[in-house]
Design a protein around this ligand. Structure first.
Ligand code: FCB
Length: 455
């Protein structure tokens, strides 16, 4: 194995998924508060009101990270803690929380990687149209500048958005995430304004100076055909266009892909995509963050019968389980080879800039055994296979700089509530007790050795 010297081994979380303290210290309401309070949206009616109570257990969690030997920690800042209404004055106590977090990381020699937006849009902005409104992109850049001003000296790695595809399509297209809106047109407007917000925020931070690394995180999934037929090839091409190229192309080539413009004429509407927008969006980043969970195995979907996996409305496509694939508790196929594949493709087709894997991990049905141990050997095997896949990409020339496991601890898994456990650390929700799983002990050794055990 050959992980380069200085390779950063980390873990990731997001504000709404772990912090709790939803009504404290002046935090405003976010779209995830509104969405989770509405019956039927989140499994078991779970909400992030308390979550892992990380807000109150900051010191304990920092110690935990130290004990795990983490070299880096990716967290997100809650916009409504900083600007309760999404614009206007800064809420001091909200900012102070992240100042304490970052100082605590530095004390432990853990490199902070900060995500500005991991889906918790201030509700007030949603009331004005949310990401379907161009104004939100401008507000995002202002918010980014506030956080950058406060923390740029201490935080070397900055990620503007987490997974704009998920924000746009699950939030505004399919309505299974906040804000729960349904419409292809809305998802397309949201896509463009999210990307524009990224570009404006990046420009605003660059203007303020500093040698910080600025980037964006995309969730990327190679699309394979279910059967080698013309119809499945066409369906897979469209899914690849929607899931991957719709984001990679504007960021790295300054244009939306031709075939997606045919499919989505709205993206050619000068009322939405104004002169100069694509230049703003494609201003150079310093790195790309990649979240990898799965491939898409795609079949054409004539709209008959139930799709066994995801369906891509309007694309005539659905995903199916690849033959014989093992799956995680999310039902996602386990395909480490897809990670090598996507990294090499980015390198060959889009950019040679450094890449961080900003999320990769899996949910399994973890439980504490009578001795209080969480023997998550499936997660160990999963991580081992994906680390090897990352290393294979490095050998093929990809400038991979670090790997953030999703997640540091079990947490609020969006529409799945607390039912899905992704953590290296188990959270006993009733007591909020943290128990490192076997995978955490194993990961500690990987980090220490900057290498994997012999297989
Ligand atoms: C990603 C999200 C992250 C987490 C994982 C499982 O899409 O960025 O917050 O929910 O999936």
């Amino acid at each position: 194995m050959a992980f380069p010297e200085g390779f950063l081994w980390g873990a990731a979380t997001a504000a709404y998924q772990i912090e709790g303290a939803a009504h404290e210290d002046g935090r405003g309401r976010s779209i995830w508060d509104t969405f989770s309070y509405k019956p039927g949206n989140v499994l078991h009616g779970d909400t992030g009101d308390v979550a892992c109570d990380h807000y109150h257990r900051l010191e304990e969690d920092l110690d935990l990270m130290g004990e795990l030997g983490l070299q880096a920690y990716r967290f997100s800042v809650s916009w409504p803690r900083i600007q309760p209404e999404g614009s206007g004055p800064v809420n001091g106590p909200g900012l102070d929380f992240y100042r304490r977090l970052v100082a605590g990381l530095r004390d432990r020699s853990i490199t902070p990687a900060l995500t500005l937006y991991h889906w918790d849009l201030p509700q007030r902005l949603e009331d004005g149209g949310g990401w379907t409104s161009r104004d939100t992109a401008d507000r995002f850049a202002e918010y980014a500048a506030i956080v950058y001003e406060a923390l740029a000296d201490e935080v070397p790695v900055w990620i503007t958005l987490n997974e704009p595809w998920v924000s746009a399509w699950l939030g505004y297209g399919l309505g299974v995430h906040a804000p729960g809106r349904h419409g292809t047109g809305e998802a397309l407007s949201a896509t463009h304004h999210l990307l524009l917000g990224h570009g404006l925020a990046t420009a605003a931070m660059r203007e303020m100076g500093g040698d910080n690394q600025l980037g964006i995180t995309l969730n990327l999934s190679p699309a394979h055909v279910g059967k080698d037929t013309a119809a499945d090839r066409e369906a897979a091409r469209k899914v690849d266009g929607n899931a991957n190229r719709l984001y990679l192309d504007p960021l790295f080539n300054g244009s939306y892909p031709e075939d997606m413009l045919d499919l989505y004429p709205r993206l050619a509407d000068p009322g939405l995509v104004r002169d100069g927008d694509l230049e703003t969006i494609s201003r150079p980043v310093d790195f790309l963050g990649v979240n990898y969970y799965r491939r898409h195995t795609v079949r054409e979907d004539r709209g008959t019968g139930r799709a066994s996996g995801m369906s891509f409305p309007g694309l005539g496509a659905k995903t199916v389980q690849p033959h014989g694939a093992e799956t995680t508790a999310m039902g996602w196929p386990i395909e480490p080879g897809g990670l090598t594949e996507i990294l090499v493709r980015i390198n060959e087709e889009y950019t040679r800039k450094p890449i961080y894997i900003t999320e990769s991990g899996a949910a399994f049905h973890d439980y504490a055994d009578p001795a209080g141990e969480i023997r998550d050997e499936e997660r160990v095997a999963y991580l081992d296979a994906h680390f090897r896949a990352a290393e294979a990409a490095i050998r093929r020339g990809v400038d991979l700089r670090g790997y953030f496991v999703w997640s540091l601890m079990d947490n609020f898994e969006w529409a799945e509530g607390f039912s899905k456990r992704f953590g290296l650390v188990y959270v006993e929700y009733a007591s909020k007790k943290r128990i490192p799983k076997h995978s955490a002990h194993w990961y500690r050794k990987v980090i220490w050795a900057n290498d994997l055990p012999e297989s």
